[in-house]
Design a binder for this molecule. Sequence first.
Ligand code: DP6
Length: 400
Amino acid sequence: MASEKRLEVVTCTAPVNIAVIKYWGKRDEELILPINSSLSVTLHQDQLKTTTTAAISRDFTEDRIWLNGREEDMGQPRLQACLREIRRLARKRGSDGHEDPLPLSLSYKVHVASVNNFPTAAGLASSAAGYACLAYALARVYGVESDLSEVARRGSGSACRSLYGGFVEWQMGERADGKDSIARQLAPESHWPELRVLILVVSTEKKPTGSTAGMQTSVETSALLRFRAEALVPARMAEMTRCVRERDFQAFGQLTMKDSNQFHATCMDTFPPISYLNDTSQRIIHLVHCFNAHHGQTKVAYTFDAGANAVIFTLDDTVAEFVAAVRHSFPPELNGDKFLKGLPVEPVPLSDELKAALGTDPTPGGIKYIIATQVGPGPQVLDDPGAHLLGPDGLPKAAA
Ligand code: DP6
């Protein structure tokens, strides 16, 4: 047919998520099945997102991928697992009888281009947004409509939680084949409009141990991790779900901090020990507890993943005062005016009482910058053809 399209192309975006009940440890390395369930908050894509274009064509001779403009090896096992899984789902759909006949496009090779709107150098976890976006874009281009948890999860465990907006749980599941290890939304982003998120990007020289290797050693050596997963996380999941449902910030904040601390305790219990927190991280923890003690209640909460950056949860009425406290304790070194990115935060003066309560000597330059954001929606399809990162020839556009 002369009118047949030579190129099927789709562009999607996907968000970053931050766990408040942490995933750490796999029971199956190949299928990426966790030893405990986890719960996360999806961050808004206005501040942090991955954009991915997937294109298929019968003219393509091999699967190819470009990340932030550079071609990468499509042979990486996790990329291969995602591709295999999406093609399996597409085949399944085509052979379901009442569905469309097996699409020819299944035999087509795919080209993928992906970019982040935030600097990878900031050390912010980009793999969750990246693999969620890949799964979403591949599903659209191959016509897959089923649950994508497994596709995203095979790229990176935490990526399955980036398939939804708002508040998301990843149920660990019980089956050996992982079919019940899926993400699902607990509440949409509109559920708790006052919730705010501040990412404190901490200066680091050293690259930390990656999550995959770190959690593997933890599973092998930490008895504390096993105890946490089996005896503590189930009740914590239930309690965190209640906190979210009832928008109980006090309890939400406390459990978020305790779960982050427990995760880092399991890292210390790993042998040889792993430490992701640096001096500045410890000072941030101290600052948060001083701030809360001054107010006599939990107004802000921290959480840390496999790195020194802090993610702070608070409510809209507390953002300005907390940012002023951060500026006071960590005076910006070079980029005074660029210190705050994302949502606008009005400058407010700090009371002498709060200054006194914060105590410790200021640490200039300990925090590089702050990104102010909020809870956001899940992956989106971009309809504007101008958004495609691949041109009509299936290769990255010059700007991509
Ligand atoms: C500390 O999902 O990056 O951020 O499944 O090996 O790719 P892999 O690990 P990954 O681990 C995330 C660990 C964490 C906690 C969390 O996000 O739940």
